[in-house]
Design a protein around this ligand. Sequence first.
Ligand SMILES: Nc1ncnc2c1ncn2[C@@H]1O[C@H](COP(=O)(O)OP(=O)(O)OP(=O)(O)O)[C@@H](O)[C@H]1O
Ligand SMILES: [Mg+2]
Length: 419
Amino acid sequence: MNRKVILCVDDEKIVLESLRSELEEHFSDDYDLEFAESGGEALEVIADLVATQDQLALIITDYLMPGLKGDEILATIFQQHPESKQIMLTGQANLEGITNAINNAKLYRYISKPWEKSDLLLTITEAVKSYEQEMQIKEHHVVLEETVRRRTRELEQTLMDLKSSQEQLVAAEKMAVLGGLVAGIAHEINTPVGVGVTAASHLENQLQDIVRQYRNAQLSREEYEQFLDNAVEGIQIILRNLEAAANLVSSFKLVAVDQSSEALREFKFNEYLKAILLSLQPEIKQTRIKITVDCPESLMINSYPGDFSQIFTNLIMNSILHGFNNGRDPGTITISVMPQDNGTITIDYADTGKGIPPDIIPQIFDPFFTTNRQSGRSGLGMHIVYNIVTHRLKGSVVCKDRPPQGAHFLITVPSNIQM
Ligand SMILES: Nc1ncnc2c1ncn2[C@@H]1O[C@H](COP(=O)(O)OP(=O)(O)OP(=O)(O)O)[C@@H](O)[C@H]1O
Ligand SMILES: [Mg+2]
């Protein structure tokens, strides 16, 4: 901290001396004392203080002096040191000088000569105390302003960081959705291709048998006709699944762009459902699972048929895989479709498998949630079902909690998506 100074100005040496002895006794510990015999000299002292960046705490000045008068000195000093305290001493009570000092400067007290020593000391003590307090307040003010400025800067920075994190999150989310989409498409293609391969290899085996029997002249007419029936069914399965895979591939670009993989159309729900189940026959055949469907024959809906294919494929594959121990356990899958009065249809899907533990029900629609990662599952099936039902078909899907009776899903979708 720089020096704190008390400056005394009087053209009478004797007055200065008496001020010196009184001030030295009481204030020299905390303040440097400066003395000037004229206004000019006082201003020189002040100029030095400015140069050395010292503080003028208090000026005590005589009023009547040759050259600059007390009120003029005070007015000049006030310009440069508005915070300094000012006391004027004078023998000749001069109202004009005091008025000037009050109006143009910042006169703290007026003391008449000769002064009462105790009165003078008390006045000076009060003046410097008041000066110290004001300086302290000023200092706090500066600190406060700096703190506010710093906090404002920090808040602005935080806001900018938040904005950029938000942008990154949005970008990451978009990438994740796209990534999920790619994985989802791959997943979806896997099923029809798998079904197609199974059907084709089954047909190949049958064909080899038939060829062998034919070459050995062991082929009966019934066997040949049976083979033809099987071949027609097998080829239909292969074709339907290859078409499904081709549609998925060609629609991937569309799906990625606007989620419209297949045209909206009116179709007979029951018929389409049967077609889906037929395409899953190769998978279902190898299990001991019975599927029963309860759907009004005439039910027509206006929606995206391909989406229902994805929904049922996922649900049924999940039942086989998770509910019935990869198809080894026997059981039933029941699909009940009911048109409602409010223009929706409800699809009640239930299996009698091992069921979904209540504690994982809240997570099964989350992307990548699977209890079978060790068998290479990706945990996207139910997420895809959820997205299709809620986003594309504008409906809802819930997993009902009903242990230990197997899994149960309730899907509600509008029967005319354009309404
Ligand atoms: N019918 C069901 N019976 C028992 N558990 C099921 C059934 N359907 C789904 N689950 C549970 O929900 C989880 C999430 O299913 P989801 O279809 O999303 O993933 P996944 O089948 O494990 O993997 P992916 O479908 O990607 O191959 C499954 O891992 C399984 O624990
Ligand atoms: Mg699945």
